[in-house]
Design a protein around this ligand. Structure first.
Ligand code: GUN
Length: 283
C-alpha cells in the first residue's frame, strides 16, 4: 500500500467537536438548543441503526433530538401531517425523513413538503436549485462531507480533474456541482458510460458512489489520484466500498477506507447543517 489513508473518523470527530463548542455558545446566547427531528417510517434495520446514530450525535453536540417512529403502514397523508407540524414547530431547526420510505408513500411528495429552510438533508428541489445556481442553501450531507475530506487532503482543488461515478440526486449530482463550485473540471460517469476505466484514469480526484462492491480497480486509477469511496456494501457479512481497496491503495495517493471514511462525515455534516439552520433562524 502506498496511498495515505484519509481518516474520516478523525475529521468527523473534529467537526462535531467544533459544532458542539458553537452550540454551547448558541444556547447561552438564545436560551434554547438547536433541534433536529428525525422521522423513521417502518422497521428497516439499517435505517433504524442510522436513525439511532443520528439521534446520539445530535445529543452529543448539545442539540435536541426529536425522534418520530411511525409504523410501516403509515399513510402518506399522516406522514405529511407530521411534516407540517414539524415545519411549524419553532423548536425544530432541521427535519430529516429517513429514506427509503414504504411503497405506499411517494418520497418526492414528502421531501417537497419539508420547509426548504429546515431541509438539513438538502434533498428539497429548492435546495438542489440553490446548489446548482450557487445560492446559499443546504447541501446534502454525504457529498458535503466528501468535499471537506478532499479540501483537507489536497488543499486547493481548483483546476483538478474529477470523475464522479454515480448520478444520484443524493450523492452524484450534488457532488459534481460542489466540485465544479471549487473549479474542478468535472465528469459524471454512470452505468452507461463507455470505457469507464479510461475515463477514471484521467482523474486527479475519483469519487465512487455507484453501490457496486469493489467495482473500481487499482489499474483504473491515475497514479497518485485521490480516491473517495462513498460505497457501503455488505458482502459476506463484512462492509466493502465501491472501490477495490487492496488494488486501489497500491496506486492512489490518498484513499478513504470503508468503514471509517465518508460514513462518519455524513453524520457530522448533518449536525453542522442543523446548527447552521438554527443560526439562520435566530438571525
Ligand atoms: N437514507 C440513507 N442515507 C440517508 C440520508 O442521508 N438521509 C435520509 N433522509 N435518508 C437516508
Amino acid at each position: 500500500m502506498t496511498a495515505a489513508l484519509i481518516d474520516g473518523k478523525a475529521a468527523a470527530a473534529a467537526l462535531r467537536e467544533k459544532v458542539a463548542v458553537e452550540v454551547a455558545r448558541f444556547r447561552e446566547a438564545t436560551g434554547r438548543a438547536p433541534g433536529l427531528a428525525v422521522v423513521l417510517v417502518g422497521e428497516d434495520p439499517a435505517s433504524a441503526v442510522y436513525v439511532r446514530s443520528k439521534g446520539k450525535a445530535t445529543r452529543e453536540a448539545g442539540m435536541e433530538s426529536f425522534e418520530h417512529k411511525l409504523p410501516a403502514t403509515t399513510s402518506q397523508d399522516d406522514l405529511l401531517t407530521l411534516v407540517d407540524q414539524l415545519n411549524a414547530d419553532p423548536s425544530v431547526d432541521g427535519i430529516l425523513v429517513q429514506l427509503p420510505l414504504p411503497p405506499q408513500i411517494d418520497e418526492r411528495v414528502v421531501i417537497t413538503r419539508i420547509d426548504p429552510d429546515k431541509d438539513v438533508d438538502g434533498f428539497h428541489p429548492v435546495n438542489a436549485g440553490r446548489l446548482a445556481t450557487g445560492l446559499p442553501g443546504f447541501v446534502p450531507c454525504t457529498p458535503l462531507g466528501c468535499l471537506m475530506l478532499l479540501r483537507q487532503t489536497l488543499g486547493e482543488l481548483s483546476g483538478k480533474s474529477a470523475v464522479v461515478i454515480g448520478r444520484s440526486n443524493i450523492v452524484g449530482k450534488p457532488m459534481a456541482l460542489l466540485l465544479l463550485g471549487d473549479s474542478c473540471t468535472v465528469t459524471i460517469a454512470h452505468s452507461r458510460t463507455r470505457d469507464l476505466p479510461d475515463v477514471v484514469r484521467q482523474a486527479d480526484i475519483v469519487v465512487a458512489a455507484v453501490g457496486r462492491p469493489e467495482m473500481v480497480k487499482g489499474d483504473w486509477l491515475k497514479p497518485g489520484a485521490t480516491v473517495i469511496d462513498v460505497g457501503i456494501n455488505r458482502v459476506e457479512g463484512s462492509l466493502v466500498g465501491d472501490v477495490d481497496f487492496a488494488s486501489a491503495s497500491a496506486v492512489a495517493g490518498a484513499i478513504t477506507p470503508v468503514p471509517g471514511g465518508v460514513g462518519p462525515m455524513t453524520i457530522a455534516c448533518l449536525i453542522r447543517n442543523t446548527f447552521v439552520s438554527a443560526c439562520r433562524t435566530e438571525g
